[in-house]
Design a protein around this ligand. Structure first.
Ligand code: GTP
Ligand code: MG
Length: 448
């Protein structure tokens, strides 16, 4: 009897061949599944127990973000919630901006281990200009989503032992003013509501009267609705918790009181805050909503908060991020578009762009070369012209000099001729002079 579906699967795989997509095979498999009744105990009814055992072995993690102005009792409430003392030194509140401080703890209750992160927005609301107060909180939440996405996109993933730091819940502490929400609260919650499950709580609720508190709660809820702020709603789809969750949704925002101090009331030690006029019991539901918060946050909806973080907020972040990177599930005709196809399309687009860029660069290079060539030709022509001009100048100069030389030579020759003639005349004159002297000498001698 049990071999029938297996044979069916084998048949499908063979008939589908390698081209049949896995999703299509799975669809056909579930469509073709037959309902069979077993004739005896097989044992797969232990599946839930196996899951529980495995989860208990692995342990759980839960990350809480506390946002609220300085001194609203965030640390005290965390200590009260988990019945321990977490933080050491109080944070400094003279910083120019909001910074995020995350502390990790390992807690154990019976055999269940819980890795708890308490993240604090230190300095929130301390600045004069509070415009950017939400930024570092949003960036921190996104950074945790990004880290998870990067792990998920790795070839070799280790998600089973990955330390998940995504924020599962944001406890938003509202000051017990009794008036209305501050614009800082509205802006911050609006910026956070698509990224994290927000549970608004009225801090230090012992400082506000019962009637005022009711009015304040109504005012806060109407302001949240009118500003479109989505807060976390305790789920009502699971019928085991639908009733309690439905009732608790109507009590939001929870008005809480925190205290780690234990006071003896009757014959019992109780967490309380003692005042000269009386005592506020933290765990007394007629005094404040602390128990409601603890029940909803830890005992009933911890897993739903984890699930919502993964399936709603992280999914939204992942989708936006992948779409930003150019991935999509369908093509423009609304047909399924696989990751492989997206990759190929992106690759082709990139190669096309690369080729276009290459062609542009080539054309630019050719243009530049041509420009340089014509510049060089121009320069060459100019040089030639200059050379010709200089050559002509030189020739003219040379001709002038030659003419001058010729005229000088002529002058020299004429001078030489005149000189020779003068010398000839002079020698002739000398000759005739000496002949006359001889003649006179002879005449003188003859005379004597
Ligand atoms: P920072 O981390 O410095 O921003 O302060 P915080 O919000 O962690 O406040 P913290 O828990 O340090 O409490 C500040 C003061 O408020 C302490 O003196 C607490 O005792 C007191 N406090 C805490 N919770 C309550 C409360 O529910 N009601 C009243 N009246 N006082 C409280
Ligand atoms: Mg603190």
């Amino acid at each position: 009897m049990h071999s029938v579906p297996v044979a069916g699967i084998r048949q499908l795989l063979v008939s589908g061949g390698s081209t049949m997509a896995a999703a299509e095979v799975a669809r056909q498999m579930s469509e073709g599944a037959r309902n069979l009744s077993l004739s005896g105990h097989v044992g797969f009814d232990s599946m839930p127990d196996q899951l529980v055992n495995k989860s208990v072995c692995q342990g759980f993690c839960f990350n809480i973000l506390c946002v609220g102005e300085t001194g609203l009792g965030k640390s005290t409430l965390m200590d009260t919630l988990f019945n321990t003392r977490f933080e050491g030194d109080p944070a400094a509140h003279n910083q120019p901006g909001v910074h995020i401080k995350s502390n990790n703890y390992e807690l154990q209750e019976s055999n269940v281990r819980l890795k708890l992160s308490i993240v604090n927005s230190v300095g929130f609301g301390d600045q004069i200009n509070k415009e950017e107060s939400y930024k570092s909180i949003v960036e921190f939440i996104d950074a945790q989503f990004e880290a998870y996405l990067q792990e998920e996109l790795k070839i070799k993933r280790t998600l089973h032992n990955y330390h998940d730091s995504r924020i599962h819940v944001c406890l938003y502490f509202i000051a017990p003013t009794g008036h209305s929400l501050k614009s800082l609260d509205l802006v911050t919650m609006k910026k956070l509501d698509s990224k994290v499950n927000i549970i608004p709580i009225i801090a230090k609720a012992d400082s506000i009267s019962k009637n005022e508190l009711q009015k304040f709660k109504i005012k806060i809820m109407s302001e949240l609705v009118s500003n479109g702020v989505q807060i976390y709603q305790f789920p009502t789809d699971d019928e085991t918790v639908a009733e309690i969750n439905g009732t608790m949704n109507a009590h939001l925002p929870f008005a809480v009181v925190g205290s780690t101090e234990e006071i003896k009331i009757g014959n019992k030690m109780m967490k309380a805050r003692q005042y000269p006029w009386g005592t506020v019991q933290v765990e007394n539901e007629s005094h404040c909503d602390f128990v409601k918060l603890r029940e909803m946050l830890i005992r009933v909806n911890m897993e739903d908060l984890r699930e919502q973080t993964h399936t709603r907020h992280y999914e939204l972040y992942r989708r936006c991020k992948l779409e930003e990177m150019g991935f999509k599930d369908t093509d423009p005709d609304n047909k399924p578009f696989s990751l492989q196809e997206t990759y190929e399309a992106k690759r082709n687009e990139f190669l096309g762009e690369l080729q276009k860029k290459e062609e542009e660069m080539r054309q630019m290079f050719v243009m530049r070369v041509k420009e340089k060539e014509s510049e060089l030709k121009e320069a060459e022509k100019e040089l030639h012209d200059k050379f010709d001009r200089l050559k002509k100048l030189h020739q003219d100069e040379k001709k002038k000099l030659e003419d001058k030389k010729k005229s000088l030579d002529d002058e020299i020759n004429a001078f030489k001729q005149r000189k020779t003639a003068a010398e000839l005349l002079q020698s002739q004159a000398q000759q005739s002079g000496s002949q006359q002297t001889l003649k006179r000498e002879k005449e003188r001698k003859n005379f004597f």
